[in-house]
Design a protein around this ligand. Structure first.
Ligand SMILES: [Mg+2]
Length: 257
């Protein structure tokens, strides 16, 4: 077969995401707790010395993260995802909305709650992009980019253009923000349309059986599944241990008539 386009999942395909998400989740929440405590203390001091306006946060007592530990934030996000099914894949929206709600319940006025939620999300996004792509990825994409059209398709909130690797992807699809997270076919179709490639000449690479391999295959794409078990593979789905094995698979695909 002749391949024209390759689409890539990001998290746990081009880098290991587990550690990144833990550091990001803990880190931005701790940052918020700390920065907010400093800010409230500053306002209180100003108020006591007669320099400041009334704090207007009569109920913001105790530390934010003590009143609302990380588990409460996670719980609120999953509740919001249930209440807003269309937004279930838009993690950035869910996070910001959940933070705004908790900060309001903590006692901040609405505009302050929104402002602090926004700042916490900025911190989140900085930490979220501290990913370490696998060693082979830069050279791999650089080489593939000379022969194929490449796109990224992620359900997560990494903006590939913020990473050095972003230069290899002329097309980047944020499926959650499309309100159509994988396995919905729309992000795949959007990528193929923008790459100008028919699905029969495209390969999708990803680590999720249900969100990458199966939906890509259903559209007639070839699928490279980075998986750990030896489940039986339907025709058109190919298992890799690691993305570094991709060139071998591509050579084999292209050698077939
Ligand atoms: Mg993934």
């Amino acid at each position: 077969m002749r391949l024209e386009a390759i689409t890539f999942d990001l998290d746990d395909t081009l880098w290991d995401n587990g550690g990144v998400m833990r550091r990001t989740e803990d880190g931005h929440y701790a940052w918020l707790d700390e920065a907010l405590a400093d800010w409230l203390e500053g306002r209180l001091e100003a108020q006591l010395s007669g320099r400041g306006t009334p704090a207007g946060h009569p109920e913001a007592r105790g530390r934010f993260a003590e009143r609302f530990p990380l588990a409460a934030f996670i719980e609120r996000r999953s509740r919001l995802a249930g209440e807003h099914p269309l937004r279930r894949g838009d993690f950035t929206w869910l996070r910001r909305r959940a933070l705004t709600e908790l900060l309001g319940e903590y006692g901040l006025a609405p505009d302050h709650a929104e402002g602090w939620a926004l700042r916490a999300m900025e911190r989140f996004m900085v930490l979220r992009h501290e990913v370490s792509p696998h060693d082979e990825v830069e050279a791999l994409l650089s080489e593939l980019g000379q022969r194929y059209r490449l796109a990224s398709i992620t359900n997560g909130n990494v903006e590939i253009s913020r990473l050095p690797l972003g230069c290899h992807f002329p097309v980047a699809i944020a499926a959650g923000e499309l309100l159509a997270p994988k396995p919905d076919p729309r992000p795949f179709l959007a990528a193929l349309a923008r790459l100008g490639a028919p699905s029969s000449r495209a390969l999708h690479v990803g680590d999720s059986w249900t969100e990458d391999a199966l939906p890509a295959r259903r559209l007639g794409m070839q699928a490279a599944w980075i998986g750990t078990d030896d489940r039986p593979l339907p025709p058109g789905i190919h298992r890799l241990d690691h993305v570094r094995e991709l060139p071998e698979l591509i050579r084999w695909l292209e050698s077939r008539r």
